[in-house]
Design a binder for this molecule. Structure first.
Ligand code: DC
Length: 220
């Protein structure tokens, strides 16, 4: 089964998604990393992130894969390069182009299909667009302050104040949730979990409980 886990950044999505995949012995796909890898290719090429034509032609000229070592661009592991400030600041613009999204979504669906359609898939539009028929859909949220505080512990946030991180999170949320193509929003049938006051283990337990509920009675 596909378990779709969506939500904005800093809500504990990646940590919880990885743990759920581990516990259920499923593969895990971080779709944010696929948009970041595309953005890295564009930044490296010096292409204009605002031009859909330029971005699309770059995306079509590169191979993006997700393996045990994480995200791979043209055979090169780029797990840390995709976390650079330059990529983080450009990724919303890249992921707002509908044709670019269509190409990347196709790659994501193929990746999951190749693995027998059994996966934990993390992103922004997994339950709404990429896998609208996923039996388990989770949408994680948390208060802006909690999210900025959590992010301040990440390597990519080094040297930045919580206030600056909060402002950047807010700007990216705004861009991601107001874009025309697949905006960030919970699916109608998603279970919404506010992680502000929860530990990762508690979040994981709730997701697993939801999976068991769906497996036993279809979630009714
Ligand atoms: O999860 P993340 O911060 O690594 O995601 C980076 C960006 O990619 C995020 O700002 C929005 C975009 N994204 C998206 O548009 N759709 C997804 N399914 C995942 C990420």
């Amino acid at each position: 089964m596909v378990i779709a886990i969506d939500g904005p950044s800093g809500v504990g999505k990646s940590t919880a998604s990885r743990a759920v995949a581990d516990q259920l012995d499923l593969v895990y796909l971080d779709t944010g990393a696929t948009y970041r890898a595309a953005t890295l290719a564009i930044v490296r090429a010096g292409a204009d992130v605002r031009s859909e034509t330029e971005v699309l032609s770059e995306v079509e000229n590169h191979t993006i894969d997700y393996t045990e070592v994480g995200i791979v661009l043209d055979g090169e592991s780029v797990a840390s390069d995709i976390r650079s400030d330059q990529v983080t600041l450009a990724v919303s613009a890249v992921s707002a182009h509908p044709l670019v999204r269509a190409a990347i979504v196709e790659m994501q669906r193929r990746w999951v299909d190749d693995r027998g359609a059994n996966a934990v898939v993390e992103g922004r539009d997994i339950g709404t667009v990429v896998f609208p028929d996923a039996p388990v859909k989770i949408y994680l949220t948390a208060s802006p302050l909690v999210r900025a505080t959590r992010r301040s512990g990440d390597a990519e946030a080094e040297g930045k104040s919580v206030a600056k991180i909060a402002a950047e999170i807010e700007a990216r949320d705004h861009a991601d949730s107001t874009r025309k193509a697949s905006p960030l929003r919970p699916a109608d049938d998603a279970l919404i979990i506010d992680t502000s006051e929860l530990t990762i283990d508690e979040v994981v337990d709730r997701i697993i409980a939801r999976v068991n509920e769906i497996l036993t009675d279809g979630g009714a």
